[in-house]
Design a protein around this ligand. Structure first.
Ligand SMILES: [Zn+2]
Length: 324
């Protein structure tokens, strides 16, 4: 097993950046709500659970005008009403998301690339048998994960809706990125590995996306993804002590939070074998949002480490193998 990394949230994203980005999107989302903070009908629609289609749900908390419901069938969480598909799509294609990406990701690119992306690569590498695997990274952004895999000898391609991401990947790394919505792109080949890091929670129909992914995967190939967890400590905390976190909830962008129950169900449905599920969270620092001295920070990171071992961290990382 590839060893875990104890992450300090404030080394990944400064407190200022976290608050700045939260406020930026809060301002962006104001137009979706009335003055009394009710969702405007033209931006929203009421849907069943986007994962299992059950209509049986209970509101668990309300944050920034959005109502978060727990599906009584698959235990996932979703926003109800939900933002319309075209509203979501314009968020990612009109450059709004790029501002977020630029202010958060670029400042910690070295840490992300040198440590986090390397670990993802090692985790998949431990599961695959072929020498020069082909990889498709969906929602590849600035292509830093693709570049790490390319440097390790993999054949890599990406998909991203943002024209600027596709341009960066091609000019900076000489990597092919298909620009557009993954569901609209035709790929006439199969891959040994397909990854979606922080993607499924942003789209309106993750099950259709996963079904298409599996059709593009070689038998024996690996599907890996990371999603916000519906089962995590931070989520339980929010039910009891409601506040607006600067990450994890990310109102308007994170519309679905995945339960372990759903992940196991979809794996079964798509004939995938669960190789590994782990949780990587920053629950405690997200709640506290305070920078402490080294000793206290170390203790907090140790607490988080135990929470992660209990699979209660705020994100799930999942590795599945196509068996049929
Ligand atoms: Zn459900």
């Amino acid at each position: 097993m590839v060893s875990k990394i104890k992450l300090d949230l404030f080394k990944l994203k400064s407190k200022e950046d976290l608050i700045g980005v939260y406020k930026f999107f809060k301002k962006q989302s104001e137009k979706w709500f009335t003055k009394s903070n009710e969702p405007k009908a033209k931006y929203f629609f009421v849907s069943n659970c986007p994962l299992c289609l059950s209509d049986d749900s209970n509101e668990v908390y309300k944050i920034d005008g959005f109502s978060y419901h727990e599906c009584q069938s698959c235990n996932s969480l979703y926003t109800k009403p939900n933002l319309r598909h075209d509203v979501l799509e314009s968020l990612y294609s009109d450059g709004t998301y790029q501002v977020y990406h630029d202010s958060l990701v670029k400042t910690s690119l070295d840490l992300r690339k040198g440590v986090l992306e390397e670990r993802k690569h090692s985790q998949i590498d431990a599961l695959i048998k072929c020498v020069k695997p082909s990889l498709l990274d969906i929602g590849c952004g600035g292509a830093s994960f693709l570049d790490v895999c390319k440097k390790n000898g993999w054949e890599v391609e990406g998909v991203d809706p943002s024209p600027s991401s596709a341009k960066v990947a091609s000019e900076k790394y000489n990597i092919k990125v298909h620009q557009g919505d993954f569901m609209d792109i035709e790929l006439h080949k199969k891959f040994d590995v397909i990854t979606l890091w922080g993607v499924l929670e942003h789209i309106s129909d993750p099950v259709s996306a996963l079904t298409k992914v599996v059709s593009l995967l070689e038998v024996g190939g690996i599907l890996a993804f990371e999603v916000p967890s519906a089962d995590c400590f931070l989520g339980k905390y929010l039910r009891k002590y409601n506040f607006s976190p600067t990450r994890y909830i990310e109102s308007g962008r994170h519309n679905i939070f995945f339960s372990k129950k759903f992940i196991e169900n979809i794996a079964n449905h798509l004939k995938l074998e669960l190789e590994l599920i782990e949780s990587n969270g920053l629950d405690i620092q997200t709640i506290l949002m305070t920078e402490f001295d080294t000793e206290t920070t170390d203790n907090i990171l140790n607490l988080q480490d135990v929470i992660n071992d209990l699979l209660l961290g705020d994100h799930y990382r999942v590795f599945l193998r196509k068996i049929g």
